[in-house]
Ligand binder design. Structure first.
Ligand code: 0GY
Length: 315
């Protein structure tokens, strides 16, 4: 896995490239596991980064993503359109088409997308759209525009993925609860782990999931949320241990509505770049039984992204 060093775009200063030699995880994921949150970036000379982007990453292409999938023991990916590509989903579609049916996608769609364009995305394997409310990543889109898109993609059986910061949940609550689809929250709504698992903010997130059976959560990105950081590789302590109580609470309370993903190639990290093998070793700390692990990594993502292959065994 070599990191590309040249291309038509200059990376954002201080950009951290993905970790090119991840450890083999100690935790063996169940057969058929899905990495349900990852991205592809470019390569920029083939799939240019969007003019409206807020960062320019290193290239991170589909071949490298699929190599990581195999190295970590996963069977499938859900590739989420990254904001550096705006609403130009070509790199995403290219990855889906090259995956041999082993990847599904979550796209970014504007109101101007035609029905034919949505159908083409569906044929490529897209099953959701992402609405991003993180202000450092995107410009504001009016909620009526987003609701229009949600209404249209609901007819295709797609869902909406939402990305926001915990402090913004009160303001977004009404909009989220009016969405006509399954709603998947990225990274547990980004709790401030320094405030503790008993904080009002996190209680509101749990209430949001409790009160709305159509709301799911990705219990991903401990490396983004952690203050304590990773321990030495394969140490005795849980990696990113201050995030464990948050993710474990969500997994244990909502075992049928959780997903997990690496977030490779980890855009916009400032402090450190995680070893993806170590991220996999986080999983048994948040899903401590074989049953919870299978729901998190196999049954739930299969039900959402490959329903046609979902068997009673994937209960
Ligand atoms: C993530 C998180 C981030 C970025 C994006 O699409 C994106 O650019 O999602 C972030 O910077 O927090 O989930 O990849």
């Amino acid at each position: 896995m070599n990191i590309p060093t040249s291309g038509p775009f200059d990376k954002t200063p201080g950009w951290l490239d993905w970790f090119s030699a991840p450890a083999r995880p100690r935790f063996q994921v169940p057969p058929g596991s899905v990495d349900a949150h990852c991205h592809v970036f470019g390569p920029g000379d083939r799939f240019p980064y969007a003019p409206e982007r807020k960062y320019t990453p290193c290239d991170a292409g589909k071949e490298q993503l699929f190599a990581l999938r195999d190295h970590l023991g996963f069977a499938r990916n859900v590739v989420v359109q990254a904001t550096c590509h705006g609403a130009d989903n070509r790199a995403l579609v290219d990855a889906l088409q090259a995956s041999g049916g082993r990847a599904r996608g979550v796209a970014t769609v504007r109101r101007s997308a035609t029905d034919e364009e949505l159908q083409a995305l569906h044929a490529a394997g897209v099953r959701g759209v992402r609405f991003n409310f993180v202000k450092r990543l995107v410009d504001f889109t009016p909620k009526d525009e987003l609701m229009d898109i949600a209404t249209r993609i609901a007819r295709l059986g797609w869902h909406v993925v939402v990305y926001f910061e915990a402090v913004d949940l009160p303001e977004l609550w009404d909009f989220f609860t009016r969405l006509p689809t399954t709603v998947v929250v990225d990274h547990m709504g980004r709790p401030d782990v320094a405030k503790g698992v008993e904080s009002e903010e996190f209680a509101l997130f749990l209430k949001f999931m409790d009160a709305h059976p159509n709301v799911w959560s990705k219990v991903s990105c401990p490396e983004r949320l952690s203050v304590s950081g990773p321990p030495a590789l394969h140490g005795e302590q849980a990696p990113y241990r201050d995030v464990v109580p948050f993710a474990r609470t969500v997994v244990e309370r909502f075992p049928d509505r959780v997903l997990w993903g690496t977030d490779w190639p980890h855009p916009n990290l400032k402090g450190h770049m995680p070893d993806d093998g170590l991220l996999v070793d986080f999983i048994p700390h948040i899903a401590p039984t074989a049953l919870l692990q299978k729901k998190l990594l196999v049954d739930n993502p299969m039900r959402l992204y490959w329903p046609e292959e979902h068997t009673p065994e994937h209960s």
